[in-house]
Structures are given as C-alpha cells and as structure tokens.
Ligand binder design. Structure first.
Ligand SMILES: [Zn+2]
Ligand SMILES: [Zn+2]
Length: 473
C-alpha cells in the first residue's frame, strides 16, 4: 500500500542503510549486537542491523527500524512485519508473484539462509522458568514442509517413509529450547489428527512425545478421538449409548495422563487447500456432555472457535482461500453461551483470541462474555503476520503494527487479569528452521514484557496453572 506513495525515497534510503548512516535511534549499549555468528557473520549484515537490531534476532522490527514507517513497509517485501538483510539489500523490489515461502525455498537452494527465518532470537528475558503456554502443536515434519513450500517437501513427500515418533521427539526438543529462551516452564500440547495412520495414531504419537518431558510438556487430548465423534454424529444421532461411549473415551484419555481436553473444534475455517472446514455447534449434545465430564474430573476444555455473533456472508478472502468454506458464517456465540451456562463448573478456555478471521472477535464482545460467564477464559495469540500480502491490516489483532498492545485490549487484560492467558498455537517441527507459516510463538510471548509485573505473572503463568491444575514452578 505504501509502495506507490514512497517509492522515490527508497533507493536513497536503502543506500543510507547499507552505508550505515546514523539515525536518531541508537543501538542500545550493552545489548548483544547479534547472536547470528553461525547464520550470518557481522560482516555480511548491513550496518543498519548492527546498529538497530536491539534484540539481536537478525531482523528489524518496525520499532527497531530507524527510518519512516512508509519506507519500512516498502522494504518489507513479504509483509512479515520484519526486515531481513536480504530485503534491505533488495531495496523494496517486490518479488513479483513469488510468494514468501517460495522465496525461502530459493534461498535455501542457493545455500544461504535468511537470518530472520532461521536464527533464534537473543535471550532477553531473565529469571526462573515461570510461564505457561496453553496451546502448542508438535509437527512431525514442519508446517512449511507439509504444505510443500520448501525444497524438503519434495524429498520428504507424503509417501516417503518417515519415523513420525523420532520426528515428534525432535520437535519436542526444539520446542523446549524455545521455551527456555522465553522462560516458559510448561507448554500444553494439543492433539489434532495429523498422523498418516489415522486419529488413534495421532493421539498415541503425541502422548508419547509429551511423556518424555514430564514437567515441561503436558497433553491436552481429545482433539482427534473425541473430535471424530463430534464431527461425525449430528445432534439427533446422539443416544445414551453414544454418550456412554464418548464418556468412556474421554475418561480413558485423562487416566492416560492428559491434563485436559483439546484441541476441541467447534468452528474451524479452511485456510489452505490442505485444511478442512469443520463446524460442530458448541451446544452440540456431546459438547455439553464433555462440559459435564470436565467439571466432574476438574479439568478444562481448550476450544477452537471463530467468533460469529450473527449470520453473515463468508468474507470474500476466505472463500477465495479455500473452496470448502461455505457461503455463510453460522453464529457460534449463542451456542457457546449455552455451553457455558450448561455447567458453570466446566472451565472453557477459548483459544486464538487475537487471530480473528471474521472481523467479529472484538474486545467489547470478549468483555461482555467474560462478564456474563465466570467459567470462560481467553487465551491470546499474536501471529507474526499482522497484514495480508496486499497490505490489508487484519482485524482485532492484540497488537498494532509497532507490536504494542492496543489500548482496548490492554484495558480488557487489566479488567480481567485472572481470566486471560497466552497460547501461541505455533507448529513446532523437527528441523532447525522455524516454520514461517502460522509463526506466532515469539510474537505472542513478546507481549508479556509490555504488561505490569503482577499482571504478567497471572497472564503468563498463574492463570494457566490454576485453570489446568498444573504444578507451580
Ligand atoms: Zn486451533
Ligand atoms: Zn491449534
């Protein structure tokens, strides 16, 4: 969007950036210049990075960038919200129709990695391991690879043999390294069907990967085995016999060590051709049954659901993204309220707040629901991507383009400090590279530093430990 307005400024500014011209923003003394010794030596980093990359992650955020915001937008060729050395060198030449992920593939084939994609951020947070992420996925291949966007996708295609258990074990180790950097004590790993062998296998593989790390990883189960019954059985087909079977499965998952139920899907939009569209009304009789089981067993339910208050046309971008999305959005909020009223002892943690796809996930709706339902909890997610490729700013994100928490969300957090937590929903794979698709771990945990200490302690760890019955650090 800023492309036309500011185009003439860019070549000059790029020249200044490469030459290391000083701007008003000075590199903070004492902070690491860069942790990128392996990926990119200081010599091949443009000087503007050495000066301004204050967190040393090898890329410049909008806040770190010393020039005008329009120039940042122009240089940020993939609209990721960060400038890489390559983007500064290219000087805002948009890569035609080449997508972000294709660009990654091209760089890897050329033997050169983008520092911003692969380098780990500097550890800036200190102190004991104390935080809890309520929603993380382990992925047996890495999200980018399953979506066929990287060179590895061809070599390790769907039909190639793969040791899923070994890959998930490697993914778990990668996650724990990233948790250490953010000072996370525990992450809750959610099960969704992703194994090629089916739903039961998805559950068993994930359970085993988590079991190797007691204390650091806990499982939220049911997303594959209970989810299957929810999706396949229309409300009218739920007999007492079905409820009994559902209950048996749920109780077995808890006996087996699950800390709660997740990821339970009520309304899941299809975002790419490999996704499914799924819709199970939140007041489906088996969701009500699950609430009763959760209340009896004193565990919580992790819920994936788009915010839809009123029936509306499916937004055009979602229809274009995936033909499986239906023509209309069905209201989910009334059903959620029925579920919450059904059993006040059932704690429901609504995930992905801040990742709004319908435009209806507003702070004011969240406030009304939190006020009306004492058993509702929200888990915030801050995706790395805040704008679409064509420059459209996504609605109702928790942070603005400078990655500061927006005032109306900050007000909500301050009003309900005991009801909100963080759940990054990142897919962590076995490889050394971080997935670009759905990247959200570091961007979600970055907001904790913007909160007052007492609120940060609650949102970052205490609430999740209380609601999910986890042991304190
Ligand atoms: Zn989800
Ligand atoms: Zn998820």
């Amino acid at each position: 969007m800023a492309m036309c307005k500011s185009a003439p400024v860019v070549p000059l500014l790029r020249h200044l950036l490469l030459a290391g011209a000083a701007f008003a923003v000075v590199y903070a003394p004492g902070a690491p210049i860069s942790t990128l010794g392996i990926e990119a030596s200081a010599q091949n980093m443009p000087p503007v990075f050495q000066r301004n990359d204050r967190d040393g992650d090898g890329r410049l955020s909008k806040r770190e960038f010393p020039g005008p915001p329009q120039v940042f937008d122009r240089l940020d060729a993939d609209n990721s919200g960060y400038l890489t050395p390559q983007e500064v060198r290219r000087g805002g030449r948009r890569g035609g129709s080449r997508t972000d992920a294709q660009g990654q593939s091209g760089r890897q084939q050329g033997g050169q990695r983008s520092a911003g994609d692969t380098a780990l951020p500097a550890t800036t947070r200190k102190g004991p391991l104390r935080f809890v992420d309520t929603h993380i996925h382990l992925h047996q291949l890495g999200l980018d690879k399953t979506h066929g966007n990287q060179g590895g996708g061809r070599e390790q295609g769907r039909r190639e043999p793969m040791d899923e258990a070994a890959n998930l074990a490697a993914a778990a180790r990668n996650l724990i390294a990233r948790m250490d950097q953010q000072r996370l004590q525990t992450a809750l790993i959610v099960v969704v069907p992703s194994s090629r062998e089916g739903r039961a296998q998805s559950y068993h593989l994930m359970r085993n990967a988590v079991r190797d790390h007691p204390g650091r990883l806990r499982l939220l189960a049911g997303g594959s085995l209970l989810g299957e019954m929810l999706v396949e059985l229309p409300a009218g087909a739920v007999t007492d016999d079905v409820k009994q079977r559902f209950r048996k499965t749920a109780e077995k998952l808890l006996d087996d060590g699950a800390a709660g139920f997740g990821e339970m899907i009520s309304y899941h939009l299809c975002m790419n051709p490999k996704h499914k569209f799924e819709y199970v009304p939140p007041n489906h009789p088996l969701f009500l049954e699950l609430a009763d089981i959760a209340a009896e067993q004193n565990v919580a339910i992790d819920l994936h659901m788009e915010a839809i208050e009123t029936r509306a046309d499916m937004p055009g971008n979602l229809r274009r993204r995936c033909s499986k999305n239906p023509g209309t959005l069905e209201p989910t909020i009334p059903g959620l309220e029925e579920l919450l009223r059904h059993n006040r002892k059932a704690r429901i943690v609504w995930e992905h707040i801040g990742w709004d796809n319908t435009g209806q996930m507003t702070p004011s709706l969240m406030r009304r629901l939190l006020q009306s339902h004492t058993n509702l909890y929200l888990s915030l997610r801050v995706p790395r991507q805040l704008q679409s490729k064509d420059g459209r700013v996504f609605p109702n994100r928790i942070v603005d383009l400078d990655r500061r928490i927006k005032p109306d969300w900050l007000r909500l957090i301050t009003e309900f400090p005991d009801r909100i937590m963080l759940g990054a929903d990142e897919f962590v794979g076995p490889g050394p590279e971080k997935a670009k698709l759905a990247a959200s771990f570091e961007s979600t945990w970055a907001i904790i530093d913007q909160l007052p200490k007492d609120i940060a302690a609650k949102i970052g760890g205490d609430n999740a430990r209380r609601v999910f019955n986890l042991t304190p650090p």
